[in-house]
Design a protein around this ligand. Sequence first.
Ligand code: SF4
Length: 398
Amino acid sequence: MACHPVHELRPRRPEEAPAALRNGGLVKRQGLTPQGPYRPGQGATPVMVSPDYVQMSTAAAVTLGMAPGKLYRCACTRCLNLLLTYPEGCRANCAYCGLARHRESQRNYADRNFIRVDWPAAPLAWIIERVEAMGAACPFQRMCISMITHPRSDDDTKRVLAAWTSRIERARIPVSILSNPTTMTERDVQELHDLGADIFTVALDAATPELFERTRGKGVASPHSWAKYWAIFEVARTIFGPGRIGMHLIVGLGETDRELLAVCDRLHRAGGLSHLFCFFPEAGSLMDHLPAPPRSRWRRLQLARYLLEFREHPFAAFGFDHAGSLIDFGLAPDALAAVVRTGVPFRTSGCPGKDRPDVSACDRPYGDSPPSDIASYPFQPNGGDLRRIRQQLGLPAR
Ligand code: SF4
């Protein structure tokens, strides 16, 4: 299946908010003191500031008993994803992201959707106490701190990490850092390592310098640079070492299969894991008018990435057509079918959990698709799921 031509995937141009609404103006003028946990839409947004307050994914809030509801076909999430929060929000403007700065004219930062869901907020101390109180029943296999682009983000990430590691044993629930390289120095990376972070990840997201610039750099009045992201990745590679680094990549921003898999291969050779996201047109983002990649393409890339990273299958074995689309896995049909049958390549990819090295703790339930048409499976696909996956891959039914 061919990729979408890159010229068809242009983000809208961002508009700056009126001066009164910039930098969290509305929230700061109202000046409401937060009263414990806060759920988006519950009322006027209070002034919540990290490290005292953090936001968490809806799945984490449900798992902690802070939000009502159940997760479709999942008992819980196995990763506690925490997000730094400030009235000013993220100062970057990434085209596919619901947290982007251009949204400050529409919605306060703490009320914005991000990877398809709301992110409720709570005092960090409240969350840590809750996790401690759950004891052995706590299902989290990992905690992750998501940095944003904000002048306080580097220091507050260290404060959140220090507060966590002072109370929760590192081996019990290891911590990953989803970094914001734009504001970081080598010293920041070293300090996060020394404070007990287990894995350091970089959200490169776009697989080529041109797409990066278009979706995260000058193309959308955003401050990020491809070179700085790779520079911090190389610093982390040295400090954290192989097996302790990772990179987020989004499939469907306009890259070819070859370009995407070349980054996965570079990362794998550096000792890192790729965390693949299927592009989803996030409501309110600058790309909310654009299509998600076809499932057939997404499944092939999930499978190829898994072969590279967990089956030591060489990049050189893949076959591509003149447009850079993957047309041959370079594996015998029976061997390929056996890997597909395990279902594991189609699960959410991310930092490892405790069950097996190729199954991520970070399951991000329905972060890149609706439950009715799952892109990344947050659970082990069953027989019916596998029939659907084989169909999407164009493989014979079994
Ligand atoms: S830096 Fe991260 S949180 Fe901020 S707009 Fe970009 S993707 Fe979203």
